[in-house]
Design a protein around this ligand. Structure first.
Ligand code: NZQ
Ligand code: ZN
Length: 387
């Protein structure tokens, strides 16, 4: 196990009645809140009215900045930074999914930056200060509700970059699984792919003697997969929604990666697809992860055979570990097909003419990934396998 430092201050408030407790968790000295949200789902579901009514009971002023789109844009982050500076906002409340939360984190970081907020994403240097943020989560997927990361798309340069800093971890995250009952099927299952991917980016490691986190990863993956099947049968199954919501938060809270080297090549390649084509994040992962697995599994067959046995219950003494590993990858692809999320670029209408551009962009520092270092040509080969 490797040495590590871990810090996660986010208070998790979970359950059917959790939104009603919102103001209990607001820091006491907050005077002016920026309410940040997306394209309107929270108005349709009544969540907006509930949140506004709760805030009205408190002695706080509320400014609103709606309009966050999936794969949130730099232009709105810049607008938010300007608004917060001009108005002296002291807390940001993000009500929505990963895109809203990431946009809120971008604003929170940008308010105290000497330079333009985009430079923070490009340079990736440690932040000195950020506005505190709180979250009411409406889609389990990214884990941004308690992660230290924000991912923003620059519309002008067609880059999608992340920024990680513990100052960006929310003060609290309100998790009511009932809020996820209104999600369209594709969002539910693309979110589930993202959750599984966050576990897999940590699970596929060459770090040895990490039995505890191996087991936590395997248990989380099994729980996500079995509850995904429950949701396929009945999207209104509260208990399955609850399991998925908690899994999403756990998967990217950092706990599952403690003491392990993490990979993240599939995410980096996926971000390049989104940067060019606007593809839903979880869908990029369901196209890239199986291709990445086929490309790298021979580097550590034991790990992939363990994945097959522990996550997909594949046990056959007549097979070699190599064969078991491949059966595990097929089982994973079978799961993705069962939940109707595309596993090939062609299924999503992604053209094949920008592989080199994507490969160059994500390997401009040499390579991506740790399990296997993936260079420019490797990225092209993985994209070829994903066709
Ligand atoms: O905008 P509204 O109208 O709210 O609609 C949203 C949006 O269209 C809708 N939605 C959300 N909750 C709903 C709902 N519709 C009905 N009922 C509800 N309860 O769902 C759509 C997608 O929302 P979005 O926030 O984009 O989804 P997600 O949570 O998957 O976030 C994706 C973004 O997060 C980044 C991704 O790259 C992507 O940009 N990630 C952030 C991470 C982090 N900060 O730690 C890690 C991840 O790996 C990921 O990169
Ligand atoms: Zn992700």
């Amino acid at each position: 196990m490797n040495s590590f430092y871990y810090y996660n201050p986010t208070k998790l408030v979970f359950g059917k009645d959790s939104v009603s407790k919102l103001t209990e968790y607001l820091p006491k000295d907050v005077k002016k809140i920026l309410l940040h949200y997306g394209g309107g789902s929270i108005k349709k579901t009544g969540l907006y009215d509930q949140v506004m009514a709760l805030l009205e009971e408190k002695d706080v002023e509320v400014l609103e900045l709606p309009g966050v789109v999936p794969n949130p844009k730099l232009s709105l982050v810049r607008q938010g930074v300007k608004l917060c500076k001009e108005e002296g906002v002291d807390f940001i409340l993000a009500v929505g999914g990963g895109s809203v939360i990431d946009s809120a984190k971008g604003i929170a970081a940008g308010v105290y930056a000497q330079e333009d907020v985009w430079d923070l994403y490009v340079e990736g240097e440690a932040l000195e200060k950020a506005l505190p943020i709180g979250v009411v989560l409406t889609i389990p997927a990214t884990g941004s509700e308690s992660s230290n990361a924000t991912v923003i798309s620059n519309e002008e340069t067609k880059q999608k970059l992340g920024l990680e800093d513990d100052l960006l971890r929310p003060v609290f995250a309100i998790l009511n699984p009932e809020l996820t009952l209104t999600l369209p099927e594709r969002q539910t299952f693309a979110g589930i792919v993202d959750i599984l991917s966050h576990v897999m980016e940590r699970y596929f490691t060459n770090t040895e003697n990490v039995e505890l986190t191996d087991n936590l990863c395997e248990g989380t993956m099994r729980a996500v997969i079995s509850n995904a099947y429950r949701l396929l049968k009945n999207p209104n199954d509260y208990d399955a929604r609850a399991e998925i919501m908690l899994s999403g938060t756990i998967a990217h809270s950092g706990i599952l990666g403690l003491g392990r080297e993490e990979d993240w090549a599939s995410h980096r390649i996926g971000h390049e697809i989104t940067a060019l084509y606007g593809t839903t994040h979880g869908v990029t992962l369901s196209m890239i992860f199986p291709a990445w697995m086929k490309y790298v599994y021979k580097e550590n067959i034991d790990r992939f055979a363990r994945f097959a046995r522990q996550v997909f219950d594949i046990h056959d003494n007549s097979k070699t570990d190599d064969e078991i590993a491949l059966m595990g990858i097929s089982a994973f692809e079978g799961f993705l097909r069962d939940i109707h999320i595309p596993t090939r670029l062609k299924d999503e209408g992604i053209p094949y003419d920008e592989f080199e551009t994507m490969a160059e962009k994500c390997t401009k520092n040499g390579s991506v990934g740790k399990f296997v270092k993936i260079n420019r040509d490797d990225v092209i080969n993985i994209l070829e396998l994903a066709k």
